[in-house]
Design a protein around this ligand. Structure first.
Ligand code: CO
Length: 201
């Protein structure tokens, strides 16, 4: 049959071309590696870990030297987080300074909608447990504000808020240093847009 012959011809002519292209690419890669010496002039930037975290006023630049020296180490363990009527958190990532042994999240619902329609909470859990925490929270229902009671996977969670309300949670940061943690609103349908990562830095 004619179509079969055409297919066969195409395969047979394509294969050597493909092999040629492949081996040429390998030769080019090998020669590129052997001819180019490793760039010796690339400066390795200092990693954040190499900067002593107890030194808040490193005078390494004029800007750093001129910043006010009023100490804010008590406040920088506290994070303000807003939830809106547009089903959004104000942060996609919560950054907690490494020196904080505890951290506090102040959650404010800056919208006007009631919590039955646009409820917001903040639930802290590990990335690995997020799915289970959310599904069990959904099952727990509105009488438990969409968090399973005494859920050991939940490091901390706030009350469920409606517009104009606020709540604060304080939690130990030790576990946050052992695996990736997230914050999320467990109100039905909100966990997609209303979630973010927690970073210790
Ligand atoms: Co919400």
């Amino acid at each position: 049959m004619q179509p079969k012959n055409i297919n066969k011809d195409n395969i047979m002519t394509l294969k050597p071309l493909w092999q040629l292209g492949f081996s040429t690419a390998i030769m080019m890669a090998i020669s590129a590696c052997s001819q180019e010496p490793a760039p010796a002039s690339v400066a390795i930037p200092p990693t954040p870990a190499s900067i002593p975290h107890t030194n808040h006023t490193m005078a390494s630049s004029p800007e750093a030297a001129s910043t006010p020296t009023s100490h804010t180490s008590q406040n920088d363990c506290e994070i303000a987080l807003n939830g809106t009527d547009a089903m959004q958190f104000s942060l996609k990532q919560i950054e907690i300074p490494a020196h904080c042994t505890q951290a506090t999240i102040h959650l404010s619902h800056t919208g006007k909608l009631p919590k039955t329609a646009m409820g917001h909470n903040v639930v802290i859990t590990s990335q690995a447990h997020l799915r289970g925490v959310l599904s069990d929270g959904l099952q727990a229902g509105k009488e438990h504000e969409f968090v399973k009671p005494n859920d050991e996977r939940v490091l901390a969670h706030s009350k469920l808020l409606g517009g104009g309300e606020s709540d604060s949670i304080t939690f130990d940061t030790a576990l946050l240093k052992t695996e990736p943690y997230v914050f999320v609103c467990s109100f039905p349908g909100h966990s997609g847009p209303m979630r973010g990562t927690i970073v210790i830095q």
